[in-house]
Design a protein around this ligand. Structure first.
Ligand SMILES: [Fe+2]
Length: 322
């Protein structure tokens, strides 16, 4: 029997990153990356962009490195309740039953694990904040996350059939770009040897703000590890960096806007000309590819983390991403 998706996700609200380099990570994202701490506790900090979300990033002190959770917006508490019913009908266990979320940022929501074991939070009625104004070279908020998965077809099927996302484009059979709103993608999957976070992208207001943001980072001594450039799939600009934990973060802007009734999914060939339309970025370095491959989510930290350390690229790992 065909079951309907759980509802209509509106947007990627925020991500949680787990880090043993907690203090350094908070300093980086606030002092350099351009987010603003809105709440801070001993083991977690919540940081906002200039947009209307209470927070775009939650940093959590942890013995492990990687993605803590992805948070998506639903429209109303009733939609959260409906999502809970439809998850149960599919036999998907809820980690948190629908109800008021007892956490910074409030909201009414639920949590469950996706096919690869990532924690997914769906929420409605989170706390309102005053938008800061977009005419600054600071991130508005998160706009997409790219996720490494050992089974891209199963992951795409889950996010399409269960979460109700639509596939915007493929990059051969290596990457799939999925949308939940008008942005070309809010999630992309990358076929990889293990489950891990590839990168998190932050939206800049315009191409001019994007470039000024790169200039602001340069004044902090932070230069792109890949970029600036413009990807074929999604048509968004990109510049990739590594944070103090070794996780990859991106400034992006001008992602393609999708008209549902007319969009036709394409398969992009993985050529240098299509992954870097401007021809300015060149190929991604082995170093940034290794950071995009990451270590398996939830793996313990066994050695001091040094974001400047060269890691060998695991065989077959594809780090390049849009
Ligand atoms: Fe990206």
């Amino acid at each position: 029997m065909n079951q309907p998706p759980i509802g209509r996700l509106r947007a990627l609200r925020s991500v949680e990153l787990l880090t043993p380099n907690f203090a350094d990570a908070v300093d980086f994202y606030e002092e350099v990356w351009g987010l603003e701490v809105v709440e801070a506790e001993h083991s977690a900090s919540w940081l906002r962009g200039t947009g209307e979300e209470h927070h775009a990033l939650r940093l959590t002190r942890s013995d492990t490195i990687g993605l803590g959770r992805l948070v998506f917006a639903l429209g109303t508490p009733a939609e959260v309740d409906q999502a809970a019913q439809r998850l149960r009908a599919r036999g998907i266990a809820l980690v948190t039953e629908p109800g008021p979320l007892d956490q910074v940022g409030g909201g009414y929501g639920l949590r469950f694990h996706d096919l690869d074991g990532r924690l997914i939070e769906l929420s409605a009625e989170t706390w309102a904040v005053t938008a800061r104004g977009r005419d600054v070279s600071l991130p508005v908020g998160v706009t997409h996350a790219v996720l490494n998965t050992p089974d891209i077809d199963a992951s795409v099927a889950f996010y399409r059939d269960v979460l109700g996302m639509r596939v915007s484009d493929w990059s051969e059979h290596q990457m799939a770009f999925l949308r939940c709103g008008t942005d070309h993608h809010c999630v992309a999957f990358n076929q990889a040897p293990w489950v891990s976070l590839n990168h998190v992208a932050y939206e800049m207001t315009s191409l001019d703000h994007f470039m000024r943001g790169l200039g602001r980072l340069r004044h902090h001594g932070v230069t792109p590890e890949w970029g600036p450039g413009r990807h074929g799939p999604g048509n968004n600009t990109f510049s990739y960096f590594t944070d103090p934990t070794g996780l990859v973060c991106e400034y992006t802007t001008e992602v393609a806007q999708i008209v549902e009734d007319t969009w036709i999914c394409k398969v992009w060939r993985r050529t240098p000309e299509l992954s870097d339309l401007w021809g300015t970025a060149g190929p991604p370095s082995q170093r940034i590819r290794a950071h995009m491959a990451g270590t398996p989510d939830g793996s313990p930290v066994t050695a001091p983390v040094d974001a400047r350390t060269e890691h060998p690229t695991p065989a077959g790992t594809e780090g390049a991403a849009a």
